[in-house]
Design a protein around this ligand. Structure first.
Ligand code: AMP
Ligand code: TRP
Length: 325
């Protein structure tokens, strides 16, 4: 029996190479090893205000990007979170099992709520309980994500253990799967911050045209030194070199030797070529998929139908254990 993998991305803004290198690429690389569910988590997206038409469109866009990046919908489940109502229902139950103190310690909540102050939704606070519901409904073993989700997966584990202790063994306790390199791609504009969908200037979107990619890389912040080396104390150049490493498949000494004595401008030009060429086949597949919107709708509907029974079985077991109904 293969292990179950579950992961998801919010349909909020443009997916970028951080999402790809941190998450999607390892989904694709290990697709055959696991029994996969890749979800577009639209219920998470509405924890901050969304335009309805844009949310609906972005949900299709993210699903199409999964497939364009190499997720095969015959092999892996590609679904939309809100199509399976058990996610919201289990999330409510887990809200009642999760102590406020645990949720209050989540750094993502602290960061996001600091920006919004009192307009912040109650949903943003309980966001990690919904993520735990996503994962626990399917007896997930591994959760392949970027570094920023480590704390949420830890909370999911704690919630599973707590529930199992209180009501009996129902949930599998999952593990985060986080790669050593690429789990935290930084902003090109501010390399001490992570690349994020909410900051398009510092991120390379998977659907950026070549000239935009070249311009963003040419403007990427570096430092006044001139050597091109993997030195973590120089976040700008370190980040660009990491992207080069991941996309070229070359090892660090080879890359450093290649650029020895060369300037930033030349390195950036080569990196831009590499990124443009890496994204080109994915962008072509994406355009093809979007020409046939009915097929993506069918994939999403069929996938939800395929996994809904598993989700409902777990949910009804939870309800019985808790004395609900
Ligand atoms: P999000 O953009 O928050 O929906 O994240 C979707 C997935 O991409 C999650 O697994 C994140 O951990 C991962 N991710 C987001 N930003 C980055 C980044 N800058 N570097 C690496 N992984 C990232
Ligand atoms: N919170 C994750 C993020 O922002 C997205 C997500 C929701 C997720 N549910 C999940 C990731 C379940 C892994 C598993 O990146």
């Amino acid at each position: 029996m293969r292990k179950r993998a579950f992961s998801g991305i919010q349909p909020t803004g443009n997916l970028h190479i951080g999402n790809y290198l941190g998450a999607i690429r390892q989904w694709v690389e290990r697709q055959a090893e696991f029994d996969n569910i890749f979800c577009v988590v639209d219920l998470h997206a509405i924890t901050v205000p969304q335009d309805p038409a844009e949310l609906h469109e972005a949900t299709r866009q993210v699903a199409a990007l999964y497939v364009a990046c190499g997720i095969d919908p015959r092999q892996s489940v590609v679904c939309v979170q809100s199509h399976i109502s058990a996610h919201a229902e289990l999330a409510w139950i887990l809200n009642c099992v999760a102590p406020m103190g645990w949720l209050g310690r989540m750094t993502q909540f602290k960061e996001k709520s600091a920006k919004q102050r009192e307009t912040v939704s109650a949903g943003l606070f309980v966001y990690p309980a919904l993520m735990a519901a996503d994962i626990l409904l399917y007896h997930t073993d591994v959760v392949p994500v970027g570094e920023d989700q480590r704390q949420h997966v830890e909370l999911t584990r704690d919630l599973a253990i707590r529930f199992n202790q209180l009501f009996g063994e129902v949930f599998t306790v999952p593990e985060a799967l986080i790669r050593e390199t690429g789990a935290r791609i930084m902003s090109l504009a501010e390399p001490t911050k992570k690349m994020s969908k909410s900051e398009p200037a510092g991120s390379i979107a998977l659907l950026d045209p070549p000239d935009t990619i070249r311009r963003k890389i040419a403007r990427a912040k570096t430092d006044p030194l001139t050597t091109i080396e993997f030195d973590e104390s120089r976040p700008g150049i370190y980040n660009l070199l990491t992207i080069y490493e991941l996309l070229s498949g070359q090892d660090r000494p080879t890359i450093e030797a290649r650029f020895q004595g060369k300037g930033y401008a030349e390195f950036k030009r080569e990196l831009a070529d590499l990124v443009v060429e890496a994204l080109r086949p994915m962008q072509e597949r994406y355009a093809e998929i979007r020409r046939d919107p009915a097929s993506i709708e069918a994939v999403l509907r069929d996938s939800a139908d395929r996994i809904r029974p598993t989700a409902e079985r777990t949910l009804s077991e939870v309800k019985v254990r808790m004395g609900l109904g």
